[in-house]
Design a protein. Structure first.
Length: 346
C-alpha cells in the first residue's frame, strides 16, 4: 500500500550528525523538515562505526563518543520537531513542473518538498550479506540481518553470527525470551568480542549456565531441504567440519556503505561524490544541496565540523527558496528574539 503523500518545506536524506545539525539550522530559518535514513536508528556512520570511541575535535566539547554526540544533537533539534522516517532508502528524486522536488522511498513514502538536502555521508549503510553456500535462497525466511520480533524463534534452534555488540546483545535477548528458542548459539570466527565489558560478562555467564552456547568457527554452508534450514555447517579452528542444528541464522556481519540510487539522480558527480559550490553547497540541480562526506569541492575536508559549517550555509541558501519574499537576515541566537521564539525559549 502506498502511504499518503507528504508535503513539506524540506527533506534531509541522512540522519547522521551533519543531517541532524542541518535540521537545526533549517529550524532557525523557519523551515520544517522530514529526515530519511536507511538505518533503523538515528546516528549514521557516527553510531555505526565509532559509537563508543572518543571524538576530540567538536568545538566546545573536549571529548565525547559518537553516541554522545548524536544524543546531544537530537536534544538540540527538539524545538523544531523534525519527523524521522527510518529503515528506508530514497529510491527516486525528480523535479516537478512547479519547481518542487518529488522524493520516493523504498517504504513507498512519497514526499513533495521545496528543498532537498543530501547528508548521506559515504552512502546508505546496508547489512553485509552472509556469503556461504545456501544462504542467498534463505534470506528473509531463515537468514536474517536483524532480530526483529524475537517471539518468532520460539522452540527453534537459532545461531547468532558476529563478534560485535549487536550480535552479543541479540544472543542474550533470545536467551531471555518466553517462550524461548530451543537453543541459542553465538558464533564467531574467534573467541574475541567487541562489546561493553558488562555485556561480555553477561554473555560469559549465560554460556557458563548453559543458557547460551558458544561456537568458535567459520560457516561453510547452510544445509536445507525444501527451502527449510535444518543445520549450519561449520569449520572449527582445529580443522574439523561439524554440523550445528539451526532453523534460523541471525547474521550480524557489520554494515557497508553503498552510494545506491544517489548515483542515478542526474546530479553532477566526481569520484562518487556530489559536486557543490561553496557559497551554499548547492548541487547543479536547483533546490538540492549536499552536505558532509557526500559532497566534494576544492579544499574539501571530510570532518564532522566541516559538515556543520556546510549545513549552516546550505540553510541560508534554502531560506531564499522556501521564503522567497522574506529577506534572509543574519541573526544571532544570543540576542535574536525571533530565534528565541523558534527555539521555544520565550
Amino acid at each position: 500500500m502506498t502511504a499518503a503523500m507528504i508535503e513539506t518545506d524540506a527533506v534531509i536524506v541522512g540522519a547522521g550528525p551533519v543531517g541532524l545539525f542541518q535540521a537545526f539550522q533549517l529550524g532557525l530559518q523557519d523551515i520544517h523538515c522530514h529526515i530519511i535514513d536507511a538505518l533503523p536508528h538515528v546516528g549514521g556512520q557516527c553510531v555505526e562505526l565509532y559509537a563508543d570511541k572518543p571524538i576530540y575535535d567538536i568545538p566546545g566539547i573536549p571529548v565525547c563518543t559518537g553516541r554522545e554526540l548524536v544524543a546531544q544533537l537530537q536534544t538540540q533539534i527538539q524545538p523544531f520537531a523534525p519527523t524521522f522516517h527510518l529503515h528506508q532508502e530514497v529510491t527516486e528524486v525528480t523535479r516537478l513542473d512547479d519547481g518542487r522536488i518529488s522524493v520516493r522511498t523504498s517504504a513507498q513514502q512519497h514526499f513533495i518538498c521545496k528543498v532537498l538536502f543530501i547528508a548521506a555521508g559515504v552512502g546508505a549503510f546496508q547489512a553485509r550479506k552472509l556469503s556461504v553456500e545456501g544462504a542467498a535462497e534463505l534470506e528473509g525466511t531463515h537468514v536474517h540481518d536483524r532480530l526483529g520480533d524475537a517471539s518468532r524463534f520460539a522452540g527453534q534452534d537459532v545461531v547468532v553470527m558476529g563478534g560485535e555488540e549487536s550480535a552479543v546483545t541479540a544472543a542474550l535477548k533470545l536467551t531471555l525470551e518466553a517462550p524461548a528458542p530451543r537453543s541459542v548459539t553465538l558464533m564467531h570466527r574467534r573467541d574475541v568480542f567487541a562489546a561493553d565489558p558488562v555485556l561480555l560478562q553477561a554473555m560469559r555467564d549465560a554460556v557458563a549456565s548453559g543458557k547460551l552456547q558458544l561456537q568458535i568457527g567459520q560457516p561453510t554452508a547452510l544445509l536445507s531441504s525444501a527451502q527449510h534450514l535444518h543445520a549450519l555447517q561449520v569449520a572449527t579452528p582445529d580443522g574439523q567440519t561439524i554440523e550445528r542444528p539451526a532453523q534460523h541464522v541471525l547474521a550480524f556481519l557489520g554494515l557497508s556503505p553503498k552510494l545506491g540510487p544517489i548515483a542515478h539522480w542526474g546530479l553532477a558527480m566526481e569520484r562518487k561524490q556530489l559536486v557543490v559550490n561553496t557559497q551554499n553547497f548547492a548541487t547543479d540541480m536547483p533546490g538540492i544541496f549536499a552536505v558532509g562526506d557526500i559532497n566534494t569541492y576544492a579544499g574539501k575536508k571530510k570532518l564532522i565540523l566541516c559538515g556543520f559549517h556546510e549545513a549552516t550555509l546550505a540553510a541560508f541558501g534554502a531560506a531564499d527558496i522556501v521564503h522567497p519574499t522574506r529577506k534572509t537576515l543574519l541573526q544571532y541566537t544570543t540576542t535574536s528574539t525571533e530565534l528565541h521564539h523558534r527555539l521555544g525559549l520565550v
